[in-house]
Unconditional design. Sequence first.
Length: 421
Amino acid sequence: MKQKDEANRDERYAAWVGFDWGDQEHVWALQWTDTGERELGRLEQTPEALDVWLGQLMSRLNGRRIGIAIEQKHGAVVWMLLKYECVEIYPVHPQAAGQFRQALYPSGSKSDPADGELLLELLVHHRDRLRPLEQDDEPTRRLLMLVEQRRHWVEEKKRHGNRLSARLKVYFPQVLNWFDDIGAAPVLDLLARWPKLEQLQKAQRKTLETFLRQHRRTPEEAAAWAKQVSAAVPAVQDAVLLDSYVLEVTALVALLQQLQTSIKKFDTAIAETSRRHPCWAIAQSLPGAGPVMAPRLLAAMGNGKRYQNAHEMQCATGIAPVTVASGRTRIIQFRRACPKFLRQTFHEWAQHSMKTCRWARAYYDQLRTAGKRHHAALRALAFKWQRILFRCWKDGVAYDESKYIASLKKRNSPLSAWLPE
């Protein structure tokens, strides 16, 4: 162990810290690299308390750095720590920390060391197993935050849209038959103005036709819809139910309208940030990568320096399967420990790419013919795509389908036989 500690010693660092973060209070354990002396302490979860603690430490560092192991890669504490230049973050996966504790202290006794001390042990003695946090460049970080946040609000819009559909099925089901997209502007505008059938039927026929024409419907469609409105029959007559449901639908409509406005603002910010990114031309060249998917792929790939090789990218994004081996048994499983948003990005794009990419469609069909299920085939296609993406980003060149197909034929790839002439 002593030899390993000497190998792990880094003169750039004055101290190592295991940082057990919490919502209200943090517990830390520190070891000085020169003397091996340890200190323990607590501090409140406030920027002021963290600033005082690090200020006191920096006065003792003599210009050297401090390494901090923490069970967090993103979050409030990490963002606060990153503003100090002397701090190097070593993220530790919570599962790894838990298994490390279980291996050293299987009893689970109250006298066992605190999590902060366990993280310190992991950092001091097994730092070769950890990787310091490396931030992407500013355009990539900005874009990744924007596309993740946009996806969150799109999911919220979908959730509230489902709630709206559920309420309308009870007292105003005709709306669901009149319009295909319950979250579309015509539906929301209609419900904001006439939240129940009785109110809608009191409107003049000319008013109804004008309303629908304002939402890009033909005069014939508007006239036919006005007839359907006048012929509609109320689904319920219970005044108590109607009053409460109308109130909730009005609230949901207002929420959905605000979400639509916010998502458009995200779209504008994403488009502007994407255009300024140095690798935007590569992302735009990819088949099936439109105004939504291209920025997501750009955020996933960054400037091409995030991954050392294609296999690392495939594992880090959850596209590559994981092999579990025990004795003579080997099982290939779906990789669950990964950033879900990144895995979802490549998975969804693989499906989009088949619409315009000949070899992608042929490869998917080949896998399906061989017995692969839909999502397994998409992951295999995404796996293949990632090798191509890694090379494009590494070389700084746009994707060229004709070159790739020519390469397949030159290598006599089995896939070339599936390609349409």
